[in-house]
Design a protein around this ligand. Structure first.
Ligand code: 8X3
Length: 236
């Protein structure tokens, strides 16, 4: 939405195609000159290939790739983990980011310009108990971003990251596998970030002059200091 309002053409991909289709007229109405919306599962190599090929055919090589797909699944100690959730998080948050970047970055390098923006997390620098694997995936994203900056140095490529704290998207709903009541309690008595807050930061990063690369924005709501310290209104 934030990009469409600034008249960027937008490509969106996700597994829930009906949701994507609903967004198309909205994005066009906000001012996006062109919208490419196709099914995308970043954990499936064929899907990544199809999506990125179609995107380049229809809109050209993107100016900016936002690696947004990612999830936390469950809260559990390593000693209790079964492994399924670990694999899901690593496949999506790490391999998914690599796969998407691998498909788009060479075309950006060939053109001599492009911007890859990662969605990290405060968990990447401040890992918390019962979130070891999620935190590890976000540390991995930070490492990949740093390494990419070195690999692409001098070739016109910018690599950035936005690392949010508590954000009221579907993040907690997914973490608790659809348990809405449990998810709602995460934000009891405080005003978390919204998806729009994060999108505004991404847009800011993407719209700096070409010689400016914002390495990372750590983004917290005012009521959060770190993964362990929140200010909550009592009796909320
Ligand atoms: C989201 C931040 O602290 O809820 O990545 O894991 S946190």
């Amino acid at each position: 939405m934030a990009f469409a309002r600034q008249k960027w053409s937008v490509a969106i991909g996700a597994r829930r195609v009906e949701r994507l289709q609903r967004l198309v007229p909205e994005l066009q109405g906000l001012g996006a000159p062109a919208v490419f919306a196709e099914r995308l599962d970043v954990t499936e190599p064929d899907s990544v290939e199809r999506f990125t090929t179609g995107l380049v055919e229809q809109l050209g090589v993107p100016d900016c790739l936002v690696n947004n797909a990612g999830l936390a699944r469950g809260v559990e100690r390593v000693e209790d983990g079964e492994g399924e959730a670990w694999r899901e998080m690593i496949e999506t948050n790490v391999v998914g980011v690599l796969s998407m970047t691998r498909r788009v970055l060479p075309r950006m390098i060939e053109r001599g310009s492009g911007h890859v923006i990662m969605l990290g997390s405060i968990a990447g620098t401040m890992p918390y108990a019962n979130g070891s694997v999620y935190s590890a995936t976000k540390s991995a994203v930070a490492s990949i971003a740093r390494a990419l900056r070195l690999e692409t140095l001098g070739r016109g490529i910018r690599i950035s990251s936005v690392d949010p704290g508590a954000t009221n998207t579907e993040f907690s709903l997914v973490r608790f596998s659809g348990d809405a009541e449990r998810a709602d309690h995460v934000y009891d008595g405080l005003e978390p970030l919204t998806g729009e807050d994060v999108a505004e930061c991404i847009l800011f990063i993407a719209t700096r002059p070409a010689h400016v690369n914002i390495e990372r924005i750590d983004l917290l709501c005012t009521a959060q200091a770190d993964p362990w310290h929140y200010s909550r209104e009592e009796d909320a």
